[in-house]
Design a protein around this ligand. Structure first.
Ligand SMILES: Nc1ncnc2c1ncn2[C@@H]1O[C@H](COP(=O)(O)OP(=O)(O)OP(=O)(O)O)[C@@H](O)[C@H]1O
Ligand SMILES: [Mg+2]
Length: 261
């Protein structure tokens, strides 16, 4: 079978949501007849909206009130998606980090990930015990939810990740690996908290290498000082982390000490 050449004039056009100021995503399309219920609604306008919905006309062919009708429809969809993403986040986040809120830097990273998932460096959050690394990472995940984009995420401590991936009778650990490695945004907490064995090093390498090769964003935390990452994680992993990650260094005392009653 040969590919058929389709003249540009006959190609199906996508909906230009950016021109409406709407972030790209999959949203339900409006019902053009609803335009009739708006103050400016009329049959000709509804027909033009319908032509746009069916991708038979560009935004240029619409009157301002019709464009505004579309914009308001998609703004409602974005808000609905945002509420759903936040509700999902709040059911999944560990209770302790439910109150974590992003600072402007974390929020900017989330915006970048949503806009350019393949072109945003991952995050490596480092700092001594109790400085707020896990808190920071969950705040970033909340920021992603708050954008309203349909960006999925998965969060694991490294120890839980190894437990999930350990080969077990009756379980396809390779399928589990693929589903974890393929998450839109992957958060691995406490990398190198325990000394790596040959097996955990191999799993960590495969996972990080997958994200590295596919240019997919991830968030890693570790309390291993950056100068010791090579010794603890090995050359192959540390080298990839250095290239693919922006480092966020948290400083200060162990916050848990201040919280003790
Ligand atoms: N910015 C913050 N505002 C308020 N509380 C915070 C903040 N950052 C961290 N905390 C709180 O401080 C405690 C320690 O934070 P967290 O668990 O994130 O530390 P950590 O660096 O991940 O520690 P570890 O290295 O042991 O994993 C938690 O109770 C957390 O909720
Ligand atoms: Mg932590």
């Amino acid at each position: 079978m040969t590919d058929q050449w389709i003249p540009p004039s006959q190609k199906r056009r996508g909906h230009n949501l950016a021109a409406l100021g709407i972030p790209s995503g999959r949203y339900p399309l409006p019902d053009a007849t609803e335009y009739l219920t708006t103050p400016e609604g009329n049959r000709e306008g509804a027909a033009r909206v319908d032509a746009w919905v069916r991708r038979e006309a560009d935004l240029d062919s619409l009157q301002p009130a019709e464009t505004e009708f579309l914009r308001q429809h998609f703004l409602r969809c974005v808000e609905e998606q945002r509420q759903k993403s936040i509700a999902y986040f709040e059911t999944k986040v560990p209770r302790r980090y439910l109150s974590a809120r992003p600072n402007p830097v974390a929020a900017a990273w989330a915006q970048a990930v949503v806009a350019n998932p393949d072109d945003t460096r991952s995050l490596l959050v480092v700092g001594p015990t109790g400085t707020g690394k896990t808190h920071y990472a969950y705040a970033v995940l909340r920021a992603i939810a708050e954008t309203g984009a349909a960006t999925g995420w998965a969060a694991y401590t490294a120890a839980d990740l190894y437990a999930q991936l350990r080969p077990r009778a009756g379980r396809d650990s390779e399928a589990t690996f693929e589903s974890i490695a393929g998450s839109d945004v992957l958060f691995v907490d406490d990398l190198a908290a325990a000394k790596l064995t040959e097996w955990t090093e191999e799993v960590t390498y495969r996972l990080i290498n997958h994200r590295y090769e596919q240019c997919r964003p991830a968030i890693f935390t570790s309390n291993v000082p950056p100068t010791q990452l090579r010794d603890v994680l090995g050359e192959r992993i540390a080298s990839r982390l250095t290239e693919m990650c922006e480092r966020v260094a948290l400083k200060g005392d162990d916050r848990r000490k201040g919280m003790a009653a």
